[in-house]
Design a protein around this ligand. Structure first.
Ligand code: 6LW
Length: 493
């Protein structure tokens, strides 16, 4: 078996995975200020993933109105127990930790069940007739680390004391704890180092859930922090799962960096898959050398990594299943028929911390093209609509259409740090809009007299996580702003 990483591309951070009785694997990711929340994937082989929906689809489950960029939902955990799927997560902008559940993975998920415990990155362990809840936060005595307690899974009620079971191996930002009961041990996996270039994954074990835990002698079991210049960076935040053949696998986040020196990344953190093996002392060995790689080939009970690779170009297209909206969308403002998207504008602006009418899909490769055509008859006086590469409300590059008498003005607008810079503009009746991305640069295009006209562009680094400071990645989408409630009609090319 040979496969290429990332197995899920684009802004899909903090993966968590489980295997159900149907033999399929299910995976969730975090979603921050975007709605619906917690993208949900299905796979037969852990390599090819299909997004089948989201766990959070109703405002009654989660209201993201007014949340900060990179607020909202942080890292979730998915677990399967006796025919039921559970996803536990933190709403960092609201009620804190809660879980939702479903007996039908293709259907709706429950209303949230709150767990009265602090911390982030919660996880669950179903262990015999007990259910343990853990998060990275304070225990009953105020000690900070991975704290563990038992809960009643029917009600979310905390049963008994909450105790700090690990303070990690010394790295900063201990997070993403997951506990597994395998054989005679309770194994704890947790990330350290922060979700950046120093990110790591560490392992601990104990014979009792509440410890004491000993650290793995070869911690961190996963990191790329020593691989300066290698494309894959920031590996950590992992979860493990066993396949039907007894082989263990790890999913983790990592990102693809641009530049060897003064590096940056803007596609967000993505999902990587690593083969893992228990060594003779019962500790995990990740991949061939404890690093996250562009791919692996399994052979003779071990594996070897595939060197740096070139990724294909990506043609952006819209898919309702993958669609992202900002904060609290009003679905009555959207209608989709095939590749025609109709967006009803409101007073909300792309540059505000509101609920602008926006529908997007993540950018999945550095080299990409996104093209739409706007129906000129749908554009009304006072409306502002267009195509955007969007990091957050302060940072996005747009091709904007505005009505101007008998024709329209199409302009390039670069938004960096909340400042909007107009580049070039044209007056035209041919409303084709295009954005071309390369690793280092985005180019914005309008169309005039039968030809593409470049309206300017900007380096991609100003939309990077390093500059914008967020946990998210680029989403390409269309938007419409119109106080009078007009509807812009886009055809995705
Ligand atoms: C996630 C946590 C983290 O909850 O980033 O820096 C958070 N660490 O593990 C957002 O992905």
């Amino acid at each position: 078996m040979k496969y290429i990483n990332p197995v899920i591309r684009g802004f899909y951070p903090d993966p968590s995975v489980c295997r159900a009785d149907d033999g399929y694997f299910y995976l969730v990711c975090s979603s921050f200020q975007f709605f619906p929340g917690l993208p949900l994937f299905k796979s037969k082989d852990l390599v090819d993933w299909e997004q089948i929906g989201h766990c959070i689809t109703r405002t009654s489950q989660l209201d993201l109105n007014g949340v900060d960029p990179s607020g909202g939902l942080f890292a979730p955990t998915i677990r399967y127990h006796k025919g039921r799927f559970y996803v536990v997560v933190t709403n960092t902008s609201g009620d804190g930790n809660f879980y939702v559940y479903t007996d039908d993975i293709n259907g709706e998920w429950s209303e949230p069940v709150l767990v009265d415990r602090g911390g982030i990155d919660p996880s669950l362990l179903f262990d015999g007739d007990k259910v343990y809840f853990m998060s990275n936060g304070e225990d009953d005595s105020g000690e900070n680390g991975v704290s563990l307690c038992e809960i009643d899974i029917e009600t979310g009620k905390v049963l008994g004391p909450c105790k700090c079971i690990s303070k990690g191996s010394g790295g900063r930002f201990l997070e993403a704890p997951h506990l597994y009961h395998i054989g005679e041990y309770y194994y704890l996996l947790a990330a350290e180092g922060g979700t950046e270039y120093g990110h790591t994954e560490c392992m601990f074990r104990s014979r009792e859930p509440f410890g004491p835990y000993e650290g793995c002698p070869h911690n961190p079991i996963l990191t790329n922090r020593h691989l300066g210049g290698y494309m894959v960076q920031g590996a950590g935040h992992a979860d493990i799962v066993q396949d039907g053949n007894g082989q263990w696998w790890m999913v983790n986040l990592a990102f693809r960096q641009i530049n060897m020196w003064r590096q940056f990344h803007h596609l967000g953190r993505e999902v990587f898959l690593e083969p893992v093996f228990f060594d003779e002392n019962g500790w995990l060995k990740v991949g061939s050398d404890g690093t996250s790689r562009c791919g692996f080939e399994l052979e003779n009970g071990g594996c070897k990594s595939i060197p740096n690779m070139e990724y294909p170009a990506y043609k952006w297209s819209f898919s309702k299943k993958e669609a992202c909206y900002i904060r609290r969308p009003d679905y009555s403002n959207y209608s989709f028929e095939g590749n025609v998207l109709k967006l009803k504008g409101t007073e909300n602006r792309l540059n505000s911390r509101g609920n602008v009418t926006f529908a997007g899909v993540r950018q999945k490769e550095f080299d990409c093209t996104a093209e739409v055509e706007v129906n000129i008859n749908s554009v009304s006086e006072g409306m502002r609509c267009g195509l955007t590469v969007y990091m957050d409300e302060n940072d996005h590059y747009d091709v904007v259409v505005e009505k101007n008498g008998e024709s329209c003005t199409v302009s390039g607008i670069i938004n960096i740090g909340g400042v909007a810079l107009a580049t070039n503009k044209i007056e035209t009746n041919e409303l084709k809009l295009k954005i071309e991305g390369q690793a280092q640069y985005y180019k914005l295009y309008g169309f005039e007299k039968g030809q593409w006209v470049q309206l300017g562009g900007m380096e991609s680094k100003y939309l990077s996580s390093e500059v914008c400071e967020g946990f998210t990645g680029i989403i390409i989408g269309v938007f419409c702003e119109d106080e009078k409630g007009g509807t812009a009609e886009f055809t995705v090319k």
